[in-house]
Design a protein around this ligand. Structure first.
Ligand code: PLP
Length: 396
């Protein structure tokens, strides 16, 4: 007897991965240049030169046994010190190395937090549209995901809906700003309002409601937008960070959990996260890249390419009738579909070799996610296919 749920998860890929795999098989038939794959968030921009330079230097100058050996379960102390110093330089975070647990990407960091916090009967609040793996990660803890419907006018938080959803079983609220898939960045005003509401409810329920701030896109933000540092506004914030997007190293599986002292003061949250990561087998993250990412923690890949892609795609889509909230960050656009059924719409797109992801999977039907961390040339060549898609929808 096996877990039915695990078998289902392992058999059916996520919609995004399904499309990504389809794109590869389709490219083998019609040629890669004829498939416009906008499915997955796999950065096309090279990591900063310092990343490879650090890896080469560390490999050639360090003791190979130590470099390839286990580090402490929570990560190499020197790397954690560099990460804490970086947070202190950039956000006056008051971080110490002992507040940081180096994890395998944001996925590992999130699983550690969720399993560390979850007790029987707990609920985790998620705002639609959301990264689909949240549901998988939350449900694996035995807890429930409480979904807040999207505010499709601007993709900020619908506070009336949130206020109704919070209850004594709420353990944490997951915040993802800049957001995958909408690209929305929560303003300081939104963050303050969230902090006030959660403080009030924490006092009312007699236990902290935590914010899990999932921030793999923190540095991928465009002119006119800035990302508030949430721990400065709300003491019970736990940060899940990843270098996957900021340094363009998603395959190296490197991120961390930062538990500020303020989040640790009522309950031993860091110990709970560390214990959960231990029980999940996430100890001693990839050793070489702990050091590389720590050395490069203040750097970001060249996001001017994404800025250009964003402008090109936004203008191109709007000119053929798409409506889209201007995204402040990430490398995703999330326009409305040109017909109500987003799944049928994406199937139509697929018939034009345009691979885009239905909004339903992100809890926001009637929209579509377009991942534009691709070579700019692919966007230029895909624009006529988007125009054709719009025509097909109008012709219906
Ligand atoms: N959270 C969000 C919002 C994401 O978009 C992703 C990846 O796309 C992750 C977490 C997982 O990131 P990682 O690859 O670092 O595990």
């Amino acid at each position: 007897m096996l877990s039915e749920k695990s078998v289902r998860l392992g058999t059916a890929r996520s919609v995004i991965r399904e499309l990504f795999e389809y794109g590869k098989s389709r490219a083998a038939i019609v040629g890669a240049e004829n498939v416009f794959d906008f499915s997955i968030g796999n950065p096309s921009v090279s990591p900063p030169a310092e990343v490879n330079a650090a890896a080469i230097r560390l490999l050639s100058e360090s003791d190979p046994v130590a470099m390839h050996g286990y580090t402490s379960a929570q990560g190499d102390p020197a790397a954690r010190k560099m990460l804490a110093d970086s947070l202190n330089r950039r956000f006056s975070a008051g971080a110490s190395p002992d507040d940081i647990y180096i994890a395998t990407g944001a996925a590992g960091a999130l699983c550690g937090c969720l399993h560390g916090l979850a007790c029987e009967g707990d609920e985790f609040v998620v705002f639609a549209p959301y990264f689909p793996e949240y549901k998988v990660f939350i449900e694996k803890t035995g807890s429930a995901m409480r979904l807040i419907p999207p505010d499709i006018e601007n993709f900020q938080i619908d506070f009336d809906a949130l206020s109704l959803a919070l209850n004594p079983r709420t353990k944490a609220v997951i915040v993802n700003s800049p957001n995958n898939p909408s690209g929305a960045v929560y303003s300081e005003e939104t963050v303050k309002k969230l902090a006030d509401l959660l403080s009030e409810r924490s006092a009312q329920y007699g236990h902290p409601i935590y914010i899990i701030s999932d921030e793999p896109y923190r540095e991928i933000v465009y002119e006119g937008f800035s990302v508030p540092w949430i721990p400065a506004f709300y003491p019970y914030t736990i940060v899940c960070y990843s270098f996957s997007k900021s340094l363009s190293v998603p395959g190296e599986r490197l991120g961390y959990v930062f538990v500020p002292q303020s989040a640790n003061r009522d309950e031993p949250v860091y110990a709970a996260v560390a214990g959960a990561l231990r029980s999940l087998g996430y100890v001693s993250a990839p050793s070489l890249f702990q050091r590389v990412c720590a050395e490069c923690a203040d750097l970001t890949a060249d996001i001017s390419v994404y800025a250009e892609n964003r402008r090109l795609l936004l203008d191109g889509l709007r000119s053929c009738g798409f409506e889209c909230v201007e995204p402040g960050g990430t490398f995703y656009l999330f326009p409305r579909t040109l017909e109500p059924d987003d799944i049928a719409f994406c199937e139509k797109a697929k018939s034009l070799d345009l691979l885009i992801v239905p909004g339903s999977g992100f809890g926001c039907p009637g929209h579509v996610r377009i991942s534009y961390c691709v070579p700019t040339d692919r966007i230029r060549r895909a624009l006529p296919a988007f125009a054709k898609l719009a025509e097909l929808c109008r012709a219906k």
